[in-house]
Design a protein around this ligand. Structure first.
Ligand SMILES: Nc1ncnc2c1ncn2[C@@H]1O[C@H](COP(=O)(O)OP(=O)(O)OP(=O)(O)O)[C@@H](O)[C@H]1O
Ligand SMILES: Cc1ncsc1CCO
Length: 252
């Protein structure tokens, strides 16, 4: 239902994202009727974010220069009350990513962290075996750790996996379902973060809106998996979110 609302609103989402998923993210955003713009030049990010409705910071292929542009854009977004989403891709993999995420979280008001369990563990300082940009392995109580992080940074937290979880530190929702093929193609999490940025521009209860989007996305994954063809799966996801966004209030 929230994808339908995003299409009604047509928000401009400024994405500073990684070069692996930039094209998929842009196509996914267009598919739900949002307007994506990718821009990471130091001399234009403040101007660009000023005309945007939301900002996405995704550290998937971060470097010193893009870290600086993220901080510039993030601070400007805060000044203008534009929601900022952080996708801390692979934060557990290197010291550079960990320091960068600490710097971002301590200098910018992030409205939502959208991460997988391994990324959450790193941000919370929980012992975890990271594996590049994948979730990796370990054990923790996702709900209590996510709530702790939400309190620490005064933000919403979404942790994706076999079941997705969303919290503001107090209220919480679980969204089960979907299909594991979502982890076999690149960028489904990154696109979801961009969609969440668009979702934060909607009126109404944030947790409820995000839960609706997570539910839609799980349903899209289930439908897309029916063909059991990995090569066309990404395209089926794009087709599915497009369908969800034109499906009206009742689409499930
Ligand atoms: N085991 C699983 N079963 C079903 N769905 C899953 C599973 N793991 C992840 N997903 C789904 O895959 C989507 C992306 O979540 P994931 O946790 O893989 O993000 P991510 O690791 O940040 O992805 P990426 O870095 O590839 O963008 C979400 O919709 C999530 O619900
Ligand atoms: C594979 C990969 N490497 C850096 S970012 C990225 C895309 C998935 O997050």
């Amino acid at each position: 239902m929230s994808m339908f609302k995003i299409r009604q609103k047509n928000p401009l989402v400024h994405c500073i994202t990684n070069y692996v998923v930039a094209n998929f993210t842009a196509n996914g955003m267009l598919a739900i009727g949002a307007s994506p713009v990718m821009a990471d030049e130091m001399d234009e990010v403040q101007e660009m974010v000023s005309i945007a409705n939301a900002l996405l910071l995704n550290i998937g292929t971060l470097n010193q220069r893009t870290l600086e542009t993220m901080k510039l854009a993030g601070k400007k977004a805060n000044e203008l009350n534009i929601p900022v989403v952080l996708d801390p891709v692979g934060v557990g993999a290197t010291k550079f990513r960990q320091n960068a995420v600490n710097e971002i979280l301590n200098s910018i008001n992030i409205q939502l962290i959208r991460c997988n369990a391994g990324e959450l563990a790193t941000i919370a300082g929980v012992n975890w075996h990271s594996k590049g940009v994948d979730s990796g392995e370990g054990s923790m109580d996702v709900a209590s750790v996510a709530k702790q992080v939400a309190h620490q940074y005064n933000c919403l937290v979404i942790v994706t996996g076999a079941a997705d979880y969303v919290t503001d530190g107090k209220n919480e929702e679980w969204v089960p379902g979907g299909n594991e093929l979502m982890t076999q193609v690149t960028g489904t999490g990154c696109l979801l973060s961009a969609i969440c940025a668009a979702t934060l521009t909607l009126e109404g209860n944030k947790i409820q809106n995000l839960q609706n989007v997570l539910t839609d996305y799980k349903k899209v994954a289930e439908n897309a998996s029916k063909k059991k063809l990995l090569g066309s799966f990404q395209m089926e996801v794009i087709n599915g979110i497009h369908e969800a966004s034109i499906g009206g209030e009742q689409w499930t």
